[in-house]
Design a protein around this ligand. Sequence first.
Ligand SMILES: NC(=O)c1ccc[n+]([C@@H]2O[C@H](COP(=O)([O-])OP(=O)(O)OC[C@H]3O[C@@H](n4cnc5c(N)ncnc54)[C@H](O)[C@@H]3O)[C@@H](O)[C@H]2O)c1
Ligand SMILES: [Zn+2]
Length: 358
Amino acid sequence: VSTVQVLLGERSYPIRIRPGSLADLGEALVAEFETSHAVVITSKPVAARHFAALESGLLRAGIAFEPLLIPDGERAKTLRVAAGLYDRLIEGGVTRQTLLVGLGGGATCDVAAFVASTLLRGLPLVQVPTTLLAQVDASVGGKSALNHPRGKNLIGTFYQPRLVWIDPDVLATLPPRERRAGLAEIVKVASIWDADFFKWLEENAGAVLGLERDALAHAVARACGIKAEIVGLDERDAGLRALLNFGHTLGHAVEVVNGYRHVRHGEAVALGMVFAARLSERRELAPAGTAARLVALLARVGLATEIADLQAQRPAYLRALAVDKKGADGAIGFVALREIGRAELVRLTADEILPGAV
Ligand SMILES: NC(=O)c1ccc[n+]([C@@H]2O[C@H](COP(=O)([O-])OP(=O)(O)OC[C@H]3O[C@@H](n4cnc5c(N)ncnc54)[C@H](O)[C@@H]3O)[C@@H](O)[C@H]2O)c1
Ligand SMILES: [Zn+2]
């Protein structure tokens, strides 16, 4: 059992990580909020696997609740789905005391957070993430997001949940490919922030992937802890939080060039991290051997580390990078590694990131 506190003044909240605890959420809700009514936002595949446990706890605690189903995964992240939830909640007599519970992967959590942050100018929100990625990444930081036809996550708010409830045991039903993709984000926070944790992963990544209880709970707690620390220092994404984009500049480009459908976000981030580590070495920002350690760890997790079509598809990658352009100087904020456990934001042009011939 461990608790990670996300410290954001009056918006602080706990992340509770307890294997086998899904059925205990009801009691916790009664203890932490004086509520007798909750609405659970979830999708069919997740509900089929995990709603029964949650339901038994809510019943036991005497909480009146109602499940609201939304489409599975990314398809739920639309204004239309959000509007449908507003309709059903308003027809159901929502008040500012109605607790919204998001049960599912990062996509479901994003939609639940968006609706909680906007309906009646804010409803209390409890997140119950059920994928490894959502547990270590989407559950910390308070970003809600919907997609626009022109791009992912273009619509959203900052909104902190009141509680995040993580039962790592729910990952037993998660396909191995999704587990590996989630592990990429764990490797990411270790790479930028905590060399000891990186070393621990080098020894224990197999146990985490195999869902060994202690190892998994430790990895989830430490990853949440690192992200919580960074977000606590920079809630509104003004500087430091950009380090969490390590591997994401090229990662996004990999997703765009290959199509979001074909590559999992974590898989793209793994490729992007290796690319970034090699670039850091080439620019003499990181000592030789840094990228090799990252490659070895990711390979142990079963994640691909080489972008096969980078030179052949260079124009497409450059176009994708151009979308990331932020400053007036045409440079891109790129997260470089200084060593394992330490990162730094540097500004590079697309040409410096992807030179014509390497
Ligand atoms: N708000 C944030 O800070 C933040 C951070 C990271 C990612 N995200 C968002 O999260 C989304 C990605 O999250 P994701 O990787 O969890 O994908 P996802 O939410 O699309 O879920 C992936 C699949 O896993 C299934 N699933 C969920 N839990 C399961 C379980 N326990 N067993 C079996 N199957 C299960 C779902 O049904 C879905 O089909 C993206 O939309 C991304 O933008 C948000
Ligand atoms: Zn990511």
